[in-house]
Ligand binder design. Structure first.
Ligand code: HEC
Length: 137
């Protein structure tokens, strides 16, 4: 839908934005995954925070889950399950630097999905995961 600038006065636009559900957090990296997911699957509707939360806590074949290092809440500082090194919080509500650098995000999805799940995450999983982590206030 193209924005209609004649009826969309600044105030009306702000009101519309404020009325969006909390889970609809704008993030260019998430938009990129959404576009890729649509290309992969014509029936794709949107990502799911509930599916992302499930992924966050699901242990893979090595008994590691995302929460093993990032703790039960993405708002908490984490600790590397093997090296004990401190990991800053994943949730942008606690750490605004998160999910701002696409190359960084891809690098860690690749490494961590392999560590936890022994495979790469799909675009759907990355989008679900981000939708969950971005929704944590
Ligand atoms: C073995 C420990 C470990 C596990 C398990 C783990 N992570 Fe991480 N994760 C890290 C470390 C270390 C970093 C990078 C350090 C930092 O950025 O503070 C990181 C950073 C990230 C980032 C980078 C975000 C950004 O914008 O900086 C993403 C995305 C991420 N992890 C996703 C996941 C997902 C998804 C899972 C589960 C499938 C997972 N992680 C499991 C250790 C882990």
């Amino acid at each position: 839908m193209k924005p209609n600038f004649r009826i969309c006065t600044l105030l009306a636009c702000l009101a519309t934005a404020a009325a969006l559900p909390l889970s609809a957090v704008a993030n260019p990296i998430l938009d990129g995954y959404r576009a890729a997911a649509k290309q992969d699957n014509a029936a794709f509707k949107d990502f799911s925070a509930a599916a992302g939360q499930k992924l966050y806590t699901t242990a893979g074949p090595n008994q590691l889950s995302c929460s093993s290092c990032h703790t039960d809440s993405p708002k908490n500082p984490g600790k590397h399950a093997k090296t004990n090194k401190v990991i800053e919080p994943l949730a942008p509500s606690a750490n605004p630097k998160r999910f701002t650098d696409a190359a960084q995000v891809e690098k860690w999805f690749k490494r961590n999905c392999n560590d936890a799940l022994a495979r790469a995450c799909t675009t759907q999983e990355k989008g679900d995961f981000m939708t969950y982590v971005l929704s944590v206030k």
